[in-house]
Design a protein around this ligand. Structure first.
Ligand code: ADP
Ligand code: MN
Ligand code: MN
Ligand code: MN
Ligand code: MN
Length: 335
């Protein structure tokens, strides 16, 4: 007997990478071998030397196919054995290892927007829906668009064994969120990429598409972010490390270094309106959803916990945002 392994990888599309996948039939019990693909069709190679290598790094049950079938997330390598330049996971590995002793963990809030053809799900064919106000965590057919897809996606994530921790309807019609974590940097990133693949794949069966576009509707509509919640063991035990982490993110040169890798179109979303801080000004504060980094109110009361970096766009690469935050905050906390 055999099983189907869906090999998933992140391509080289600019400015925002896309997910790709293809199926390998494996004998029952067989380990997951390296595989190859045509990099010239994914912006990862030239046609004259097109072979790229898929190295399995994370696998889980495939909730779409069921049975013993598997999803297999891969890193992309060149044929000479070096990581491909699009392989941002390879850059996270050494940083995660360097600071593993601090036990950094992340919970990422993935916002996204369903599209029905060329407009957000719930937007009328002509004009606009009622202004924002009732949609966030709403209920009822006048507020909610796509719940059947969201529920199916949640069930699929749970069946896959992903560390998904919740879902909610967002501020704009057709906009939703799921959270992954808290987990270690590599775990949260791998599982977020698989959860994204499952989102697209689940919605596909409903004839609906999903996008991580940071500003899918222009005008007075909320953008889509990926708030990144972060703590180390020391932050989970005391308040001084919480402040150290917030300060380190605001140190000379750091705000720009981070924000320019926090996803495509950051200026379109971090305008200072719609619960964001301006992209070029760093601030942090308790309970403040207009700050770059928020200390949740409960964390100030408990004098320990975690911080929320509100800047990353929905289309951020989790391997990149977790690497930057660990690198900046854990280096400061080590002192
Ligand atoms: P918000 O109030 O900003 O909408 P959410 O409930 O959507 O918050 O998301 C909070 C996220 O923070 C969740 O993914 C949760 O798992 C994560 N989280 C909770 N505690 C910690 C912690 N100590 N370190 C890192 N992440 C955490
Ligand atoms: Mn072929
Ligand atoms: Mn949230
Ligand atoms: Mn949200
Ligand atoms: Mn949040």
């Amino acid at each position: 007997m055999s099983y189907k392994a869906e090999y998933i990888w992140i391509d080289g599309t600019q400015p925002t990478a896309k997910l790709r996948s293809k199926t390998k039939i494996l004998a029952d019990g067989a380990a997951l071998p390296d595989w190859g693909f045509d990099g010239s069709s994914t912006n990862q190679a030239e046609g004259h030397a097109s072979d790229r290598v898929l190295k399995p790094v994370y696998s889980c049950p495939d909730p779409i196919r069921g049975g013993d079938h598997k999803l297999v997330l891969c890193e992309v390598y060149n044929t000479d054995g070096t990581p491909h330049e699009s392989n941002t996971r390879a850059l996270l590995r050494p940083i995660a290892e360097q600071f593993a002793g601090q036990e950094p963990i992340f919970g990422i809030e993935q916002e996204y927007t369903f599209f029905d053809g060329s407009r957000p799900l719930g937007f009328p064919e002509n004009g606009f829906p009622a202004p924002q106000g009732g949609y966030y965590c709403g209920v009822g057919a006048d507020e909610i668009f796509g719940r059947e897809v969201v529920e199916k996606h949640l069930d699929n994530c749970l069946a896959a064994g992903l560390g998904i921790s919740g879902i909610n309807a967002e501020v704009m019609p057709g906009q939703w969120e799921f959270q992954v974590g808290p987990l270690s940097p590599l775990e949260v990133s791998d599982q977020l990429w698989v959860a994204r693949w499952l989102l697209y794949r689940t919605a596909e069966d409903f004839g609906i598409s999903a996008t991580l576009d940071a500003k899918p509707a222009k005008g007075d509509w909320n953008g889509a972010g990926a708030h990144t919640n972060f703590s180390t063991k020391a932050m989970r035990e005391g308040y001084d490390p919480i402040i150290t982490a917030c300060e380190s993110l605001g140190a000379e040169g750091k705000p720009l270094e981070h924000v320019k890798e926090y996803g495509f179109g950051i200026e379109s979303r971090l305008t200072g309106l719609h619960e964001t801080a301006p992209w070029n000004e760093y601030s942090y504060g308790v309970s403040n959803r207009g700050a770059s980094v928020r200390i949740p109110w409960q964390v100030e009361i408990d004098k320990k916990g975690y911080i929320e970096d509100r800047r990353p766009n929905a289309n951020v690469d989790p391997y990149v945002v977790t690497r930057l935050i660990v690198n900046t905050c854990c280096a400061a906390l080590e002192k």
